[in-house]
Design a protein around this ligand. Structure first.
Ligand SMILES: Nc1ncnc2c1ncn2[C@@H]1O[C@H](COP(=O)(O)OP(=O)(O)OP(=O)(O)O)[C@@H](O)[C@H]1O
Ligand SMILES: [Mg+2]
Length: 628
């Protein structure tokens, strides 16, 4: 139960509606427990009328059914006058029929009132649970947005999605049905039992004896059902992960002609799923019959004991009482059954809430410790920076130092896995350096407000991501809505050399990308991503291998355009191609996370080290591909 305490503020927020809901529950139950009284009176009325047949006409009297007396007395209806008629030879049947109709109408009115308040009770309590569900989803989502990349690395997308949908849904079952049925149970229990006790204590005890047994049985059965449905859910998510992967990886799958293997995998998972479902169905199908059996025992006991008392002439028991008790027992069945059900709902909700709390209590590790810098000019300094990935323990950077003045250009080259992207991640503060210090304009990056930092930074990540939206929206992503102008978006696209591609699409900048839209080529995607980075006119630009998917000639054209446009911006360009970095003011050559050489293009060539080697390799490669 403890994890669920976290929900109390929400209950407090909606306390008015919840209180109203509780009032509705009481009202609906009140009308419900009066209904069996009507049935009792109807039975007793008939019994009395039958007995009157042996009484001489002049001595016949018929009492007003008590419930009518109570409920209809105030209408001023002349019930007593009608009763005189029983002394007429034909009056008895007519009077009994008339009274029965009145009882029938009363029963109907009670049922309608009960239904009406039940409707209101659902409209308040279940609606509140939906409102809290909405609040909770938003809270969880907002928290997800605060968390850093390391968190996303640790937790799978499926898990994140599950917690915000499945787990929040389970918690809602506690907020709504569990709370509602618990209040309902208590109210109905108190009302029903006190009504029954007021009639006959002994009969009450006999009638209720099997019910606790039922609660226990149902609790155990629900536990088994829960365990099995959890197994079903696990299989279900395995099945959907499998299906989802095969759909998103359909290119690879088809390219390797692995359709049959995928089908076999799926069939196997589906078979497991079927097995679990059948296991679950088996216990499910035991559930109702078990309840029915116990109700049957209760009903039989009531009729048997009640009948015995009636025959023995116990004055406190009438035929009507037996009928009434049978109905009470049936009314109590569902609440008793729901004890087990509600208990398991609460257990599930508690487990789900624990999972949610685990995420909600995760604090982002990348935090701004104040706002030490209001305006970013763009000087970047690394002071003996080291970085170790926390989860893999891989030392990606070691003792890296450099300084780029505001407006300067730094290039980073190196073989794959040498730590280039890690440098970009540290500048964009996706992670914090584990050793040394990263400074912007001489201020430690931790002390700069994250929004200030990221608003002055254009970052083109190595793996381009475009949203399923229009090209315009993708480019204008970094801009606030009031800053988005056609000129701005187009200028960025022109600088990134992608404008001419975009206008060739029938819908131009309004072309939809992604699942429901067109697919851009790898090079086009990279250029849209560059346009996005420069559209915001940031002070610092970080390009992580931005042009790996375009040919050298286009690369040259784009870089020339960018150099013109971004003269006074600080630019960090990462590449494994020499051609992309040769014009930089300063070039770092990385190997295994360390800077092995640095300087300008010509200086590095002269040195004849790693850089010169790389240059030679790439020249040869170019010549080879040109002659091929
Ligand atoms: N998120 C991560 N978690 C754990 N280890 C990582 C992560 N990202 C990178 N690494 C490891 O850190 C090292 C440096 O990776 P990095 O991505 O910086 O290389 P890179 O120079 O950008 O390579 P490439 O040219 O292929 O892009 C590699 O050994 C890599 O396996
Ligand atoms: Mg990289």
């Amino acid at each position: 139960m403890r994890p669920l305490l976290r929900l109390n503020p929400y209950f407090l927020k909606y306390r008015g509606r919840l209180l109203l809901g509780a009032v509705f529950i009481v009202l609906s139950n009140l009308f419900a427990v009066y209904a069996p009284r009507v049935v009792r009176d109807a039975f007793d009325l008939i019994g009395e009328a039958v007995a009157l047949r042996d009484v001489p006409l002049s001595e016949r009297t018929l009492a007003v059914p008590p419930i009518l007396d109570r409920w209809l007395g105030w209408t001023g209806m002349d019930i007593a006058g009608r009763l005189q008629q029983v002394t007429d030879p034909d009056g008895l049947a007519a009077t009994v029929a008339w009274l029965s109709v009145l009882l029938g109408v009363l029963y109907l009115v009670l049922a309608l009132l009960k239904g009406f308040f039940m409707f209101l009770m659902r409209q308040t309590i279940i609606v509140v649970s939906r409102l809290i569900e909405y609040d909770l989803k938003n809270t969880v989502y907002a928290h997800y947005q605060q968390l850093d990349r390391a968190f996303y690395k640790r937790n799978s997308t499926g898990d994140l999605l599950n917690r915000i949908s499945e787990d929040v849904g389970k918690v809602r079952m506690y907020l709504g049905p569990a709370v509602m049925y618990t209040i309902n149970l208590v109210v109905l229990f108190v009302l029903c039992i006190s009504f029954m006790l007021s009639v006959n204590v002994e009969l009450t005890l006999y009638a209720l004896a099997p019910l606790p047994l039922m609660s226990i049985a149902i609790y155990h059965v629900s536990n088994v059902i829960n365990r099995r449905s959890m197994a079903v859910q696990r299989e279900q998510s395995r099945l959907s992960t499998l299906a989802q992967e095969s759909f998103s990886g359909i290119r690879v799958l088809k390219a390797y002609a692995k359709e049959a293997t995928a089908e076999a995998h799926f069939r196997e998972a589906a078979e497991d799923f079927r097995q679990r479902r059948l296991d679950q169905a088996r216990v499910d199908s035991l559930f109702m019959p078990a309840i029915m059996l116990l109700i049957g025992v209760s009903t039989t006991l009531t009729i048997f004991i009640g009948g015995m008392k009636l025959i023995q002439g116990d004055p406190t028991v009438s035929v009507g009482n037996i009928a009434e008790f049978v109905i009470y027992v049936n009314m109590l069945t569902w609440p008793f059954a729901s004890v087990g059900w509600v208990t398991s709902l609460v257990q599930q909700a508690s487990a789900s809430m624990e999972r949610l709390n685990e995420f909600l209590e995760t604090a982002p590790e990348v935090l701004s410790e104040g706002d030490g810098l209001k305006v970013v000019h763009g000087a970047i300094t690394f002071q003996r920076v080291g970085f170790r990935y926390p989860d893999t323990g891989i030392q990606a950077l070691e003792d890296v130092s450099f300084h780029v003045p505001a407006g300067g250009t730094l290039a980073v080259v190196g073989h794959t896995g040498s730590g280039k992207s890690t440098i970009a991640d540290l500048i964009a503060r996706q992670f914090d350096a584990t050793e040394g210090e990263v400074l912007i304009d001489g201020v430690p990056i931790r002390r700069i407000d994250l929004h200030t930092l990221r608003a002055s930074l254009g970052y083109v990540p190595q793996d381009v991501f475009l949203f399923s939206d229009t090209i315009r929206a993708n480019i204008a992503f970094s801009l606030d809505t009031d800053q988005v102008t056609r000129e701005r978006v187009e200028r960025a696209a022109r600088t990134a050399q992608v404008h001419h591609n975009i206008v060739d699409f029938p819908k131009g900048y309004d072309t939809l990308l992604g699942e429901r839209g067109i697919t851009l080529s790898g090079g086009q995607k990279q250029r849209v991503s560059i346009a996005r980075a420069i559209a915001g006119d940031p002070r610092i630009l970080v390009f992580d291998d931005p042009l790996s998917a375009v040919d050298t000639a286009t690369e040259e054209a784009i870089l020339r355009g960018l150099r013109e446009e971004l003269k006074d911006r600080t630019t960090v360009i990462i590449s494994h191609r020499i051609s992309a970095v040769q014009h930089a003011d300063h070039i770092l050559v990385l190997e295994h996370g360390r800077v092995v050489e640095e300087g300008r293009h010509d200086q590095l060539l002269e040195r004849g080290g790693v850089y010169a080697e790389l240059h030679q390799e790439q020249l040869l490669e170019e010549a080879r591909s040109a002659s091929a």
